[in-house]
Design a protein around this ligand. Sequence first.
Ligand SMILES: *[C@@H]1O[C@H](CO)[C@@H](O)[C@H](O)[C@H]1NC(C)=O
Ligand SMILES: *[C@@H]1O[C@H](CO)[C@@H](O)[C@H](O)[C@H]1NC(C)=O
Length: 167
Amino acid sequence: MKCTIFTLILVSTISCLYSVHGHVLLNHVVVEYEIYTDAVTWDEAIQRCESENGQLARIPDKRTDDLLRDYIYYSGANNSVETGFWIGLNDRATENTFVWLNGGPVCYTNWAKDEPNNNTKRNAAEGQDCAQLRKSRDFKWDDEYCNDIRTKGYICEKQVCNFCDTC
Ligand SMILES: *[C@@H]1O[C@H](CO)[C@@H](O)[C@H](O)[C@H]1NC(C)=O
Ligand SMILES: *[C@@H]1O[C@H](CO)[C@@H](O)[C@H](O)[C@H]1NC(C)=O
């Protein structure tokens, strides 16, 4: 049975929640993406996703990246965030080695020009360790201060069950 499903279903636009249900097989697990425009830090974003039984999103390939970007514009979510959306990519553990919070290989990246740059202007001690889809760069990827006060939304991935799953 062919189980690669990639349907885009608009589920909800309740207040500041935009849901993009792009089902994609990620390491053989079907996930959906949910785009939130609440303004949070990276650590808060982790907690928010976990409270929805999800994880801060991984983006496995260009197709998913393009879909998310298209949907951010299509839904108008681009208008509702100041600077971007957090994703799960970070180099907190080892400088300059970016990993997904939720594990798995980093098969694809889409850094904006001259990023990641580990800018230290606003935080010389830490630099920039947490990735966002950056609004001013057409939502290409950018390393950012994890506790940046310039507010950002976040994107969660959530495992879902479908006819191919046994969960
Ligand atoms: C958000 O995207 C829409 C559709 O592309 C565009 O018309 C609008 O100007 C964008 N908003 C901002 C703040 O860039
Ligand atoms: C990033 O900046 C921090 C803080 O200045 C520094 O400790 C770290 O070595 C830098 N990382 C890279 C890859 O330059």
